[in-house]
Design a protein around this ligand. Structure first.
Ligand code: AHM
Ligand code: MG
Length: 328
């Protein structure tokens, strides 16, 4: 496609290639893009909190200043609930899901999101992100039900993330490849920068929080010790899932947040973090497992369920699975 292809044009042209498409994603992804720009604008001011005001206080103009994660949550909800395409939204920031208010038309899709991933990195000027995935609503009637959110990963119809980094990027898939767009701040548009991303079958980077070494299961210690012995890989760990997955998607390699002796299900949330990333990585040719099964074969039993995550280049994930089975 031409240089300078906007997100809107790209989605429209993709849609024309898939006659079964209804056009609803064009509107949804566009609105996600608008919300992302609003959050990016706020993120770029994060270092100015002392000047603009601290959370819970008023800024120099006497305005109440919100925490960035609450702000992002609200911006995404407000930018998407009125569209008529969504029935309900669930967020890592909210205990329960929220149905679209009755004064808006309710649509046939369900959105799940982590509005501000990597929040501990905000204050130190390190990349943060937003993660989302979309299901089709299954229940009938006026209001969506919890069951609409607790669908297997294989039922995802769209997933993506926004990374607020040295530039802002939106990466998404609707099941026809993974495509990346970079925000051009001079015109305020997301432009196609990474079409049909395919990840390398094997990579040179491993990514894991080694601070947890002493509570790891034996297989995790053995696998990481083996990597170090072989000296074939370098360690990179940002501590923002979006940033660690973005690098893995583009350069290949392996990211692990395994279950350990303290937290057998690990830290990451199945619905808001593992599902969307597994969908994207598989669309780009990689693998995503929880150690026992494919992430996208899992069916959650609760909204905020956690899951171990082993994700990345196909051959790297296969190697980890050998260590888990003890057959390395
Ligand atoms: P958050 O959604 O509250 O920001 O937490 C999730 C983050 C992920 O982005 C990241 O992969 C992980 O937590 C890092 O955890 P740790 O600090 O334990 O390594
Ligand atoms: Mg998160």
């Amino acid at each position: 496609m031409d240089n300078g292809t906007t997100l809107t044009r790209f989605i429209l042209e993709q849609e024309r290639q898939h006659p079964e498409a209804t056009g609803e994603f064009t509107a949804l992804i566009n609105d996600i893009g608008i919300a992302a720009k609003l959050v990016a604008r706020e993120v770029s001011k994060a270092g100015l909190v002392d000047i603009l005001g601290l959370t819970g206080r008023k800024n120099v103009h006497g305005e109440h200043v919100q925490k960035l994660d609450e702000f992002a949550n609200e911006v995404f909800i407000k930018s998407l609930e009125y569209t008529g395409h969504l029935a309900a939204i669930a967020s890592e920031e909210m205990e329960d899901f929220c149905p679209v208010p009755e004064f808006f038309p309710r649509g046939k899709y369900i959105l799940l999101m982590d509005p501000l991933d990597g929040s501990s990195n905000i204050d130190v000027n390190i990349s943060i992100g937003t993660i989302f995935c979309i299901f089709k609503r299954r229940s009938e009637g006026n209001v969506a039900s919890l069951g609409d959110f607790l669908q297997p990963g294989s039922a995802i119809v769209c997933a993506g993330y926004v990374i607020y980094g040295s530039s802002t990027m939106l990466v998404y898939s609707t099941g026809h490849g993974v495509h990346g767009f970079t925000l051009d701040p001079s015109i305020g548009e997301f432009l196609l920068s990474h079409e049909s991303i395919r990840m390398p079958e094997r990579g040179k980077i491993y990514s894991i929080n080694e601070g947890n070494y002493t509570i790891w299961e034996d297989w995790t210690k053995e696998y990481i010790d083996d990597i170090k012995m072989k000296k074939e890989k370098s360690l990179r760990y940002v501590g923002t899932l979006v940033a660690d997955i973005h690098r893995t998607l583009l350069k290949g390699g392996i990211f692990l947040y395994p279950g350990d002796k303290k937290n057998p299900s690990g830290k990451l949330r199945l619905l808001y973090e593992c599902f969307p990333m597994a969908y994207l990585i598989e669309q780009a040719g990689g693998y995503a497992y929880d150690g026992q099964q494919r992430i996208l074969d899992k069916t959650p039993v609760e909204l905020h369920e956690r899951s171990p995550l082993i994700i990345g280049s196909k051959q790297d994930v296969e190697e980890v699975l050998k260590f888990i089975k003890g057959g390395n």
